[in-house]
Design a protein around this ligand. Sequence first.
Ligand code: APR
Ligand code: PHB
Length: 389
Amino acid sequence: MRVQVAIIGGGPAGLLLGQLLHRSGIDSIVLERQTREYVLSRIRAGILERGLVDLLAQAGAADRLIAESYSHDGTVIAYNNQQFSIPFSKYVNKPVTVYGQTELTRDLYDAREAANAKTLFQVENVVLNDLKTDSPSVHCVLDGREITIDCDYIAGCDGFHGVSRQHIPASVRKEFEKVYPFGWLGILSETKPVHEELVYANSDRGFALCSMRNENLSRHYVQCASDDHVDNWSDNAFWDELKRRIPEEFAETLETGPSIEKSIAPLRSFVCEPMQWGRLFLCGDAAHIVPPTGAKGLNTAASDVHYLYNALKQWYADKDHHAIDTYSETALKRVWKVERFSWWMTSMLHRFPEHTEFDLKIQQAELEFLQSTESAQAALAINYVGLPY
Ligand code: APR
Ligand code: PHB
């Protein structure tokens, strides 16, 4: 089998790249380890930057998003039982879009099927070969059968636990990592959101976030211990803890109800350099991870896809390989700025076990400065709505 671009991983990054390539007449195959149903069972964040929305429209996969999504022009920061809103439009002329990642992934799968583009599910033993030649290939096993796919380029979109990154030699690969000493316990519930915008709360009991999917579907989180377990948390225990961490005016009106999903996610910052090796290009979680505090995971996968798609389009259109040769350098410039923002939001809003009284005073000063300083709010807004590509 031969394709121009082999894409490892059928998550948002792989599917978005595949759809953009297809719309430019560049054929690809997506190799996914799981089933489509499994991929779509994952509950992930739901805040989209304008750049991602524009890419989805370019990919012909934005119709449902346009019909069903919400636009948010700001976010709320809460601390010491008080809260203030940061109005994005006062500083940048870009709202953010609220639309679940699961729905976005579903739309991309539907678009790929409508385009009759090739996707193989439940592939095993993916191995990438001859990456430093002009004829790389992918080997994998499907239903017990060995398959070889010859291609021009390979996009490693297989997430943090994928195999692509491991194909960059350890002697070449440099990994930067910060593991946070806590996790996020999240629930999805068919309850009314606590506020029309998201509420990020710093409290002396730890971080909390009140988010949403639509006017009858809420997504809430509380910071928990790294070794905590979802079985330790009844729904009532979760709601009681959330109420303790958000301002009373929100706690009093918080609608509670049964969780339809409950899980704990670890928090880490991670970057792999370089993001390319010969004909292999890493996109999304395969190359970097951010703590979810800035809602940047999916949005940074999107900027990688933007750079790689345009580099491949340039190559196939006029054999100009400059963007291909500089993909990693270009992508990493934005990746590190997003890593910084996500680390800053996490540091400002969470309780760290090692915090001293001095650290807590510094955190309070950070929050007061943000509340009272327009340029600080502008900096948050510029990063939150999405840095330019
Ligand atoms: N072979 C084939 N597919 C694989 C392999 C493999 N060896 N390993 C992993 N995969 C698949 C996973 O099953 C998953 O569907 O690659 C896909 C990677 O998707 P994501 O992990 O969602 O990563 P990405 O597409 O970069 O999207 C980033 O998704 O996980 C969230 O927080 C993350 O919001 C961010 C976004
Ligand atoms: C979510 O809605 O799941 C969400 C929103 C914002 C974040 C993280 C998660 O920063």
